[in-house]
Design a protein around this ligand. Sequence first.
Ligand code: UT7
Length: 337
Amino acid sequence: MTRAHLDGIHAYLSGTGYHVPERVVTNDELAGLMDTSDEWIQARTGIVTRRFAAEGEGVADLAIPAVEQALRAAALTVADIDLIIFATTTPDYSAPGSGCLIQERMGFGEIGALDIRVQCSGFVYGLSIADQYIRTGTYRHILLIGAEVQSTGMNLSDDGRDVSIIFGDGAGAVILSATKEDRGILSSHLHAQGKYAKDLWLELPSSRRNPRVSHEDLDAGRQWLKMNGKEVFRHAVVRFPQVIREALDANNLSIEDIALIVPHQANLRISQEVSRRLNAPEELLYSNIHKYGNTTAASIPIALAEAIAEGKIKPGDLVIFAAFGSGFTWASALVKW
Ligand code: UT7
């Protein structure tokens, strides 16, 4: 756990931005590809539409407009940024990381570019990493991106219907900047439990195999994202409240002190159950899953940018980010705005 304090140098979020691909995919469109329905998807997930990237569009493409917005909001330029952290489960290439692509394409110079995985928890893990660099005085401004193109890794047929109705594509970005003021990241809390790795996983391409993907593998559908939805759900509704309480306890706060929780947008039913278990009103957990589905590492920064644009976060507010996903991994961060 990162300890809570805002004395000395620490990180605050100086700018946010997001970008989603143009193509809107409705539940009815999916129902034309697989045995599902708008009614089933809305009732089980709260999702009405999601966005799919255009052919050839990768996470670096989606991230660039989000980064431009975040830089503008922070009144900074690429020359001010000291490090890029790129959280994605769906990088443009297996190697090198998408952070390197952004660095080159946006003209960041020779600053470090670090890709992190951590799936749905990637953004919160990235926030924690950035905060450590800033607290040690190593860097002043860090760009953190969460971006995903899930649509190309999903089986859009009957066999994949339990997974592919949930996920969507998109990108969010924040700038973390050094400050000594009474605002910023109070604490962050990171967890993982690898024994559940195969309950939400994308097996191939795998370095355990040569070739990493064979024609037989493709025929068997081993290149698609697989999820044991019930097991993920069961753990998510326990881990979200647990890691939110951990953040509250670390800062001697109670749920009534919190202005907004921006959770990973996993499934509307998960958020509703989490608010029930926290004895909190449903509106305390920000939700935009109806528009974008579950965008993995991108969901929190997209939701944050929208919550700010809607005036839901004011200076001085206490905000919690919380995530749960593949790994299993889960994490939270408490931020004073
Ligand atoms: O980002 C974090 C990672 N992911 C999550 O947080 C997702 C967590 N899990 C979930 O959100 C839910 O488990 C799902 C939305 C994926 C599935 O909802 P569920 O209520 O757990 O459904 P289920 O898997 O228990 O399936 C219920 C029924 C089954 O039929 P039978 O066996 O009752 O006849 C499924 O075959 O619904 C069927 N089903 C579908 N029907 C229509 C499964 N997928 C679909 C579908 N459309 N797309």
